[in-house]
Design a protein around this ligand. Structure first.
Ligand code: IPD
Length: 262
């Protein structure tokens, strides 16, 4: 699809950061066996990727604001537009040499996400969407799955780790959902979970305790692929709260009823 100038900037930037991260990923695989492990190296790679993205985006659009995972927020001269960026979503996968992580870049205009790009450099999969123009994976149009029945559907989520407070709720979600569906996956990169819902690979996704940068790009991609995206607690703000539920239209209601029972 021929995208807008902004979308082209976002894709070019995601590819550039992806190339650098891919090289670092090769190094991480070597570092697994060292006694110190790849921790410091990965945190440097993450920060360097954000710096590259920030430089590219700020050069192309000097007046836009910038919210990234690694650095403090930058307010732009244009208060209506900001980039929301996760330079490396799936950091723990990256750290362990697991080939499932992504660069995520979103553009917000007047409080709404209007464009999103999620790039998986290992698989060379570029998921992207602009409001009103559909969602795409490389050259192909994306559509959420057509499954109607919960029992045939698979869902993705994130499992709270390292003492996160929402573990009991997530365990209860799983206890209710697992008997009623075809399976739940935890691949470890929320942006790709959303991209996979848009691609019809998963039928839905929910998670608590996320950040705006994990979610922003995926929201517009799922919606443009025909999916329903809502705050997990109705009436709340997805990006501010970091809680989300999404699915294809036919299963959304049943799925949401099960998850929202918490
Ligand atoms: C993480 C991933 C993961 C989710 C975590 C996030 P990061 O993002 O998206 O899937 O379960 O809550 O923090 O830290 O790798 O950018």
């Amino acid at each position: 699809m021929a995208g807008s100038a902004n979308l082209n900037v976002m894709m070019k930037t995601a590819r550039k950061a992806g190339r650098v991260l891919l090289k670092d990923f090769g190094e991480v695989e070597n570092l697994q066996v060292s006694s110190k492990g790849p921790g410091d190296f990965v945190s440097r790679a993450d920060k360097a990727a954000e710096a590259t993205i920030k430089e590219e985006l700020m050069r192309a659009r000097p007046t836009y604001g910038f919210l990234g995972e690694e650095d403090k927020e930058l307010e732009g001269d244009d208060p209506t537009r900001r980039w929301i960026v996760d330079p490396l979503d799936g950091t723990t996968n990256f750290l362990h040499g697991l080939p499932h992580w992504a660069v995520s870049i979103a553009l917000e205009h007047k409080g709404q996400i209007v464009a999103g790009v999620i790039y998986d450099p290992v698989k060379d999969e570029m998921f992207y969407a602009e409001k009103g123009s559909g969602a795409w994976l490389n050259e192909s149009r994306l559509r959420v799955s057509g499954r109607h029945r919960l029992i045939e559907s698979i869902f993705a989520t994130g499992l709270p780790f390292a003492g996160r407070s929402d573990l009991p709720q997530t365990m209860q979600d799983l206890a209710r959902l697992l008997p009623a569906c075809s399976g739940v996956r935890r691949f470890g990169a929320a942006s790709l979970d959303l991209a996979y819902v848009a691609a019809g690979r998963y039928d839905g996704f929910w998670e608590r305790g996320l950040h705006a940068w994990d979610l922003a790009a995926g929201i517009v991609i799922v919606r443009e692929a025909g999916g329903i995206v809502e705050p997990l607690q109705p009436g709340r703000d997805i990006l501010a709260d970091g809680q989300i539920i999404c699915a294809n239209e036919p299963v959304f209601e049943t799925f949401a009823r099960v998850i929202r029972k918490a």
